[in-house]
Write a protein that binds this ligand. Structure first.
Ligand SMILES: [Zn+2]
Length: 231
């Protein structure tokens, strides 16, 4: 794993900001002025993983104001739980849908996901962490499906399949939020499951709520019909 001294890493980020400011911010002042005075109005919300290798904005080459991003361990959408406390992911979903009126929600999973790996290797009790097991246990349906489909496969193969199925679990959980289901049924909102495989450098999308995942070819509009088939 690449290692950098922490202070050097931070200094590099500060230098990166200087480059961004000179090469991007200063040359796009009109855009930033609009974002200041008119506010943000992204059409797409992405639920991605916190993993440093799977930045939704970077891999889609999106500009400022284009995507409203939620990132957490394993790009996970918990089921609708109105009584749960401190619901960070659900709060962001709510703001994206009700506050910003996004037209699309993309759940973006990725290869080599540590959250999914924890679930597959340790189940509900990963001894290394305090919070993660309970969080990723929400993806049990993906693990159960892997067991049903490929119980004889080696651990790596099972985890690779679980990474894709986990995206479909989160996609399905989106529909448990009444204000999402209502907009999907009404045609104002559509839901998508994407998967970034950085082993091969490809972006995949689910052709339906149960898959299969197919490569998104450049120039081809992504599937937008999952929502109607799921509802
Ligand atoms: Zn991940």
């Amino acid at each position: 794993m690449p290692y950098r001294d922490a202070d050097v890493a931070l200094a590099e980020l500060a230098q990166g900001f200087a480059r961004f400011r000179a090469a991007y911010f200063e040359t796009n002042r009109t855009l930033y002025d609009e974002l200041v005075w008119e506010g943000q109005s992204p059409r797409v919300m992405v639920v991605g993983c916190s993993d440093s290798r799977a930045d939704p904005q970077m891999i889609t080459d999106a500009g400022p104001g284009e995507i409203f991003t939620i990132r957490n361990v394993a790009a996970l959408v918990p089921p609708y739980m109105p009584d749960s406390q401190l619901a960070g992911t659900s709060s962001a979903l709510e703001f994206g849908v009700k506050g910003l009126g996004v037209a699309h929600i993309v759940v973006l999973g990725h290869a080599m996901c540590g959250g999914v790996r924890s679930l597959m290797e340790y189940g509900d009790a990963d001894p290394r962490f305090e919070f993660i097991s309970r969080w990723v246990a929400q993806l049990r349906p993906a693990r159960d499906e892997v067991t049903r489909l490929v119980s004889e496969a080696d651990a790596a193969t099972r985890t690779r399949l679980a990474e894709r199925l986990a995206v479909l679990v989160s996609l399905s959980n989106l529909m448990t939020y009444p204000w999402i289901a209502e907009r999907v049924t009404g045609g104002q909102l559509s839901l998508h499951a994407w998967f970034f495989d950085f082993v091969w450098g490809v972006l995949l999308q689910a052709a339906g709520p149960h898959g299969p995942f197919e490569q998104i070819e450049p120039g081809t509009p992504p599937v937008a019909a999952i929502s109607t088939r799921m509802a």
